[in-house]
Ligand binder design. Structure first.
Ligand SMILES: Nc1ncnc2c1ncn2[C@@H]1O[C@H](COP(=O)(O)OP(=O)(O)OP(=O)(O)O)[C@@H](O)[C@H]1O
Ligand SMILES: [Mg+2]
Length: 235
């Protein structure tokens, strides 16, 4: 579904991502794991064309998206849950969800999806008239995911869904991500620092180490990998 080849990113001449290759296969959950400053957000922002980068190829559904404008990504089926969530804190849950459908014209479809999404996210339904800024970290992340789903994505990209979320809610957020993947058929690409959680919920994983891919394999294989255990899992 998404194929990235030889992607490099530099800020003011300083390279932070060094020619990486990775894929997010259709129907799967793929994760890029990396520590603070490993380049995760930069990689996502470059796929979305929010920053400049160099690559041999960025293909989505077989199409070159190197020149696709950020505000057209939703129209072609890519939705991003950005780092720090970027909700509208003074707007209600409902209003935030409506913002997620900004690129759509099918009013009736939007209304039906809103009902469906609220049914899928009972925590949000209970709080639909509450301002987003008053939700807990976990609830805010669920809202950011639900808002992204209002764009009807085929590919959902999540930038550190565990950020600022209590551990028990991290499991709920990841279970919801898995559910969206399995039940709604949405392909998922996520980046995470929390290797333990991310590996348990992903099909395939890439480990980033200062802008390079150091290890890759199935989530299961990496959970059992000694190097990954030492560096990321504290075992
Ligand atoms: N706008 C920018 N200008 C200059 N340097 C930047 C900019 N954005 C990021 N960097 C640098 O690029 C490197 C990678 O940053 P990036 O935010 O992509 O990492 P990350 O893996 O998302 O980190 P985190 O886990 O903290 O979110 C860091 O060294 C960072 O300081
Ligand atoms: Mg980041």
């Amino acid at each position: 579904m998404l194929s990235v080849k030889n992607l490099s990113i530099a800020y003011n001449g300083v390279k932070v991502v060094h020619g990486i290759d990775f894929k997010a296969e259709k129907g799967k959950v793929t994760v890029l794991i990396g520590a603070n400053g490993a380049g995760k957000t930069s990689i996502i922002r470059s796929i979305m064309n929010l920053i400049k980068s160099e690559s041999d190829e960025i293909l989505y559904d077989g199409e070159d998206i190197k020149k696709t404008k950020p505000n057209n990504m939703s129209r072609i089926g890519i939705s991003l849950c950005p780092e720090g969530r970027q909700l509208f804190p003074d707007m209600t849950v409902l209003e935030n969800l409506e913002m997620g459908a900004y690129a759509r014209k099918d009013k009736a479809g939007i209304a039906t999806d809103l009902v469906d999404i609220l049914d899928k996210f009972p925590r949000l339904k209970d709080r639909k008239t509450q301002c987003a800024g008053t939700l807990s970290g976990g609830e805010q992340e669920l809202l950011a995911i639900a808002r992204a789903l209002m764009g009807k994505p085929k590919l959902l990209i999540l930038d550190e869904p565990s950020w600022g979320v209590a551990p028990i809610m991290v499991e709920e957020v990841m279970k919801m991500t898995r559910h969206i993947n399995e039940e709604m058929g949405v392909t998922v690409l996520l980046v995470e620092q929390n290797a333990n959680v991310a590996l348990r919920y992903s099909d395939y994983a890439y480990v980033l180490d200062v802008g390079e891919i150091a290890i890759q394999g199935t989530g299961e294989a990496l959970l059992g990998d000694r190097k990954v255990q030492e560096i990321y899992l504290g075992i």
